[in-house]
Design a binder for this molecule. Structure first.
Ligand SMILES: [Zn+2]
Length: 491
């Protein structure tokens, strides 16, 4: 809790330019997977107890899709930043009313306040809670009951202004809830957390949530499921009465793909894509955390929403089914290969925090391009890198440097994703493949799980670049477009 931990939460909300790029066709995805050794993905031990500095949620959630309403009873263990503090605060969706709030079993007073968040939250309010006298220790337990109807807002990509858009929704067609709406008490956006969730929906509804499913049964007309995610950064609920499920075992990887309208053929080729990309990243970077050892890809039946392959959480990818169908309608060879490879890369690249969130995006974007190079073709890779350089070259001279780029602004996209990926490509060319991949693996293994900023990135890669160490400052501190000419920087 000492540092805020903003991740790639809206990383795939694209501007118009990005939507055009998203349509860049990646061909030849008939991957032949002939893997002898199963890919090892760590499943989590659900008996693990929460470290004292980890936020821990235990939520019972009842959703009435037809009424558009949600009711939550929860108990949350909160590590306090300042053990002597007289109050603490969180953000909560502005239309959800708090009916009960206890701190360590005692009634606590609370009041609405302005939102404090490093990223724009479309429909959130702050809540300040007074800590009852006599409460001691740096960790408190908050029992809370709240509920109501969520504020309806247009989906991302249905409007030009992200600040007034929201993918989260509850209606008779679908439920999608993630950190974007602050549907649960949010202490800092994307902070590491552990979550246990019990969900009640009308019978016939199919739910996919964060973490591993522990229980699934029907009682008194309700579909009840229980979920556990000991090492997460968000609490995601996806549900629809129309979800179809495809289970695939490829090369030792369990995949579950959920969709309502996607063509079967499209879904089938995806299994091979995901398995191929997981194997590649595991070979380069080592194992990462996938709850329950199963990767879930959900085509959420929204019409617009975040572009490309949507957004990623541990073991989970959430993609807009509507945008994907639109892509297929305009180009029968439309592929999500690179978008999915980007989201899978976030299973590894997710520890860049605050301003250093660009680290997550630069690595995820560059590794998705490397996946194209390995699994699709060298030509495609070259055309992707040429696009990145072209986009980054077009940045205005006053555009912020990577070291100062804000994490979540619409205009910072090209800097964080494309200039960042161009920098990593320069490092790879400078160091050679062997050293670059070993250093990437060491960077992941050294910093994974520890909120990491630009300063850590700078010192780590400066050491790895040795004689070429000056490249780091040149790339991190230059404003505007690409800092080096091809001759200077092997661009
Ligand atoms: Zn991303």
């Amino acid at each position: 809790m000492a540092r805020s931990y903003v991740l790639h939460f809206v990383h795939c909300v694209f501007s118009t330019t990005e939507k055009i790029l998203a349509l860049r066709r990646v061909t030849a995805v008939g991957l032949l997977i002939t893997v002898a050794v199963p890919i090892l993905l760590r499943g989590e031990d659900k008996s693990e107890s929460a470290p004292r500095d980890l936020l821990s949620y235990d939520l019972r959630v009842t959703i009435e899709p037809h009424a558009g309403s949600i009711a939550v009873q929860g108990s949350i263990e909160v590590p306090l930043r300042d053990p002597a503090a007289s109050n603490f605060r969180f953000n909560l969706h502005e239309t959800l009313a708090i009916k009960k709030l206890l701190v360590n079993g005692k009634q606590a007073t609370f009041a609405d306040a302005s939102v404090e968040s490093e990223i724009p939250l479309a429909a959130s309010r702050g809540v300040v809670v007074d800590i009852p006298a006599g409460t001691t220790g740096g960790r408190i337990r908050m029992d809370i009951e709240y509920g109501g109807r969520m504020k309806p807002l247009p989906e991302f990509n249905a409007t030009d202004d992200w600040r007034h858009a929201l993918d989260d929704q509850i209606n008779s067609r679908m439920v999608e809830l993630a950190g974007y709406s602050s549907w649960y008490p949010q202490f800092s956006f994307g902070q590491p957390l552990q979550a246990a969730l019990t969900l009640s929906l009308p019978q016939g509804w199919i739910a996919i949530c964060s973490g591993q499913k522990l229980e699934d049964h029907v009682a008194r007309g309700r579909a009840l499921t229980r979920w556990s995610s000991p090492k997460d950064m968000d609490i995601v609920i996806l549900a629809s009465p129309s979800y179809k499920k495809k289970s695939i075992q490829v090369s030792g990887v369990n995949l579950e793909i959920y969709y309502t309208q996607m063509p079967e053929k499209f879904i089938e080729q995806e299994g091979a894509q995901i398995a191929g990309v997981l194997k590649l990243y595991t070979t380069w970077l080592g194992e990462t955390n996938v709850p329950g050892g199963t990767v879930k890809h959900v085509y959420s039946p929204k019409r617009k929403g975040q572009g490309k392959a949507g957004f990623a959480r541990p073991g989970l990818i959430v993609t807009s089914e509507g945008l994907t169908l639109e892509g297929l309608a305009s180009d029968p060879k439309f592929s999500l290969f690179q978008g999915i490879a980007h989201e899978i890369a976030h299973y590894w690249w997710n520890f860049g925090a605050g301003q250093g969130d660009w680290i997550n995006e630069a690595f995820a974007e560059y590794f998705s391009a490397l996946a194209v190079q390995q699994l699709v073709s060298e030509d495609e890779f070259r055309s992707i890198m040429a696009d990145y350089r072209k986009q980054a070259s077009g940045l205005p001279a006053e555009a912020p440097s990577l070291a100062t780029v804000p994490p979540m602004e619409q205009t910072s996209f090209v800097i964080r994703y494309y200039k960042g990926a161009a920098m990593l490509d320069t490092f790879r060319q400078t160091m050679g493949d062997e050293k670059f991949f070993l250093a990437s693996r060491e960077f992941f293994q050294t910093y994974s799980g520890k909120p990491t900023g630009t300063a850590e990135f700078r010192s780590f890669w400066k050491a790895k670049l040795g004689a070429q160490a000056q490249l780091i400052d040149v790339w991190l501190d230059s404003r505007g477009g690409l800092p080096l000419t091809p001759a200077q920087g092997k661009l």
